[in-house]
Design a binder for this molecule. Structure first.
Ligand code: SF4
Length: 469
């Protein structure tokens, strides 16, 4: 860690202590324990950020609630990758205003990707002026300071910067699961796909130092974590820009060597940067989960070029089929976008051809959403909604048919599952996750949670299994 980052961490830890004192005074005044709730939208990176935000709130002394209903402090950690994520937030803020009218002491904060978008930030300030605190992705580490200012009575705290070189480590984290954890290995993205807002709101790529990552994972393993997911927008370019830093496959190997770590996952891999070294590393160590998410986006070489994805249909298919040849028990999943500007039915045929050839185990299919500030948003050849809908239905049907067929290939096998939860809808059942990321429900006691147990996959129900022990 850089000297300036170490100092920043110390400052923020001091703000947490001070907030704790302020909170106690606040509680004495109001005569009640103050509560907080963190609502998360979007991806795994946001989920991990929310664990950090929740950790700070709990360290300061708040009682954490699942629901916003009775919370004295509500923090929305937002996403802006598609417009419906923005609309969802505005809906939640409408409810928050209603509650704030009943409880004027209630504090409302918005953070994450959405306020990094200038137009969304302006809208928040103008139309949702009851929001007390707004901060962006680059300021997340300074949340203890903002909390301190809020508890001191300050309002309308707006803290957005357009980049950060700092990586502040070691602030408190409240993990959702005691036995598994996400671990950020890098932040931001340099790829500038022409439809994507991420590089604009998350900034340029910054990798954490491998020594810090490995230390964090050792500490996690020491506290009972058995599975880690290494997180980055493009893990395959891990270490770029840090002189002498190890490659992503080497980092994976070192994580696998840590005592107590039994499973390692990672997300996300840009196909253009996926190396043979990575394929051989996954193949050689079964601690690395048999699941690879390899975003396709489109199967049309022309569209891929316009998306700035930097691979062709053929290069993608060769890579995916090679991975399947090398690691036959791997589950491949993907993201597919429909309705990119200029996309024709023939382009969609190409996408369907890739799906039929690669045969994904699952795919997240979604409709292109115009994001202001990206090159694709200003194109005049936006695809008419009825054609987008028709294309989407074609792609979705193909994905579902092939994925169903793929899911069936595990039928009858006995595979280790990490038990994650009690099944809420089936009494006496628990839910586990296989190395290939599939879910299996099977009879078992809650005491199994956190254990890795062999489960026989009895019945495939589309995208999950019913099993037995
Ligand atoms: S690789 Fe492309 S799609 Fe993924 S975050 Fe970066 S710019 Fe967005």
């Amino acid at each position: 860690m850089k000297e300036s980052d170490i100092l920043a961490t110390k400052d923020q830890l001091r703000f947490i202590e001070e907030s704790s004192e302020l909170l106690k005074k606040n509680e004495e005044r109001s005569g009640k324990k103050l509560t907080a709730s963190v609502i998360t939208f979007g991806c795994q990176m946001n989920a991990r950020d929310s664990e950090k935000l929740a950790g700070i709130l709990v360290s300061a002394g708040f009682e954490l609630l699942e629901d916003t209903e009775d919370a004295d402090f509500v923090l929305y950690n937002t996403c802006t990758v598609r417009d419906n994520a923005n609309q969802k937030l505005y809906g939640h803020l409408g409810e928050a205003l209603f509650r704030k009218k009943k409880n004027p002491e209630m504090m409302v904060a918005v953070c994450g990707c959405l306020p990094q978008e200038p137009s969304a930030f302006e809208k928040l300030k103008k139309s949702y002026s009851f929001v007390d605190l707004i901060f962006g992705t680059h300021n997340l580490y300074a949340f203890p300071e903002y909390l301190n200012r809020l508890l001191s009575g300050e309002r309308h705290i707006y803290e957005i910067t357009d980049h950060s070189d700092s990586i502040v480590e070691d602030l408190p984290v409240l993990r959702k699961y005691p036995f598994k954890s996400g671990v950020n290995i890098m932040f931001g993205c340099n790829n500038f796909c022409t439809y994507c807002i991420v590089p604009h709101v998350r900034g340029r790529e910054r990798s954490r130092e491998s020594a810090d990552i490995l230390d964090e994972i050792r500490r996690l393993a020491g506290s009972g974590v058995r599975e880690v997911m290494l997180l980055g927008q493009n893990v395959n370019s891990y270490g770029n820009g840090i002189e002498g830093e190890i490659s992503f496959p080497e980092l994976l190997k070192r994580v696998c060597d840590i005592d107590g770590i039994e499973r390692v996952r990672f997300m996300t891999s840009h196909p253009k940067d996926l190396s043979e070294e990575l394929i051989q590393t996954i193949k050689a160590d079964t601690k690395i989960c048999r699941h690879l998410h390899l975003p396709l986006q489109s199967g049309s070489t022309r569209v891929l070029k316009e998306m700035n994805r930097r691979y062709t249909k053929e290069q993608y298919m060769d890579l995916a089929l090679h991975i399947k040849d090398e690691i036959p028990d791997i589950a491949l999943t993907t993201d597919i976008m429909v309705g990119f500007p200029g996309e024709t039915p023939a382009d969609v045929d190409d996408t369907i051809d890739v799906i039929n050839t690669v045969k994904y185990d699952n795919a997240f299919t979604f409709i292109y959403s115009k994001r202001m500030g990206t090159p694709a948003a200003v194109r005049e050849d936006q695809v008419p909604p009825d054609l987008v809908k028709e294309s989407f239905d074609r792609v979705l049907k193909c994905v579902q048919d092939t994925a169903r067929e793929q899911s069936l290939r595990w039928q009858g096998q006995t595979l280790p599952a990490l038990v994650e939860d009690v099944n809420e809808s089936l009494e006496g059942y628990v839910t586990g996750r296989l190395s290939n990321n599939m879910i299996v429900h099977f009879p078992g006691p809650a005491s199994l949670i956190g254990d890795i147990v062999p489960v026989k996959l009895e019945e495939c129900r589309g995208f999950y299994y019913m099993g037995s022990r």
